[in-house]
Design a protein around this ligand. Structure first.
Ligand SMILES: Cc1cc2nc3c(=O)[nH]c(=O)nc-3n(C[C@H](O)[C@H](O)[C@H](O)COP(=O)(O)O)c2cc1C
Length: 235
């Protein structure tokens, strides 16, 4: 399974979202999933903010783009290729001021590309191209925004991620939200991390059994094809 793993916390060793995304990949390996990981830390390799040149180039039809426009779009093209090549996407990030870290927003701005990650069909529909990828969002939050909490209505992160990736074709992303991790007592924080790890172990088991089913189906197809070829040769 080819996974694109993206971290977005400004913190490093002390980051909960980074620790949880590592934990998830470890669980997948423990489930004996054959992993190929394409790692991106958007706080280190931050995609550029949208510039005027980008805004013009991205909506210019591909065949009409100048060399300068192509150069402007080159890093975004490369990022889109990485996204499209993955079988699964794991995005880990903290909540900052009720939404996503700006480095992750820059990532979204870079990979939302007309004619690349979404296409406009002849009948006027927008067709997202990330339809085959499994997608997991791991978010860490200082407050508790679960249903019933006073902060519930402040969650601008979940809808923003659903909208941005839904537009690109991601129909059913999985969310594991670790909360409350900061504005709570130590027991509540420890419980929140434990809950998140248990959820991640469940998602890893689910992805692993799907990966095994797909691998099994492709081996069966290969064996069938081989059997047919042998039978044809014998006839
Ligand atoms: C600049 C900044 C803004 C934050 N804004 C929020 C917020 O709006 N809501 C919230 O619940 N937590 C907020 N937090 C807390 C973090 O989401 C929380 O500590 C999270 O666990 C950090 O994840 P990390 O350990 O991976 O960096 C904020 C933290 C920082 C540094």
């Amino acid at each position: 399974m080819k996974i694109m793993h993206v971290d977005a916390s400004a913190k490093r060793e002390r980051s909960n979202s980074r620790a949880l995304s590592r934990y998830f990949l470890e669980r997948l390996r423990e489930e004996r999933v054959d992993l190929e990981v394409d790692y991106l830390d958007v706080t280190v390799d931050t995609p550029p903010h949208v510039s005027e040149a980008f805004a013009i180039a991205t909506y210019t039809p591909a065949q009409e783009r100048t060399a300068a426009m192509k150069a402007t779009l080159a890093s975004s093209d490369a990022l889109c290729r990485r996204l499209l090549a993955a079988d699964a996407l794991v995005f880990a990030m903290p909540m900052y001021n009720w939404s996503m870290p700006s480095a992750f927003k820059a990532f979204i701005d870079s990979v939302t590309r007309t004619g690349v990650t979404y296409v406009n069909s002849d009948d006027g529909r927008v067709v997202g191209q990330l339809v085959r990828q499994k997608v997991l969002f791991i978010t860490s939050r200082g407050a508790d925004l679960r249903a019933g909490s006073p902060y519930e209505s402040m969650d601008a992160l979940t809808p923003a991620l659903k909208a941005a990736f839904g537009f690109l074709g991601v129909a059913e992303p999985t969310f594991v939200d670790a909360q409350p991790l900061q504005f709570a007592n130590p027991e509540a924080r420890a419980e929140a991390l434990e809950r998140a790890r248990a959820e991640l172990a469940g998602v890893a088991a689910n992805w692993a059994s799907r990966a095994k089913r797909i691998a099994h189906a492709s081996v069966a197809t290969t064996v069938d094809t081989h059997h047919e070829a042998v039978t044809l040769c014998q006839e």
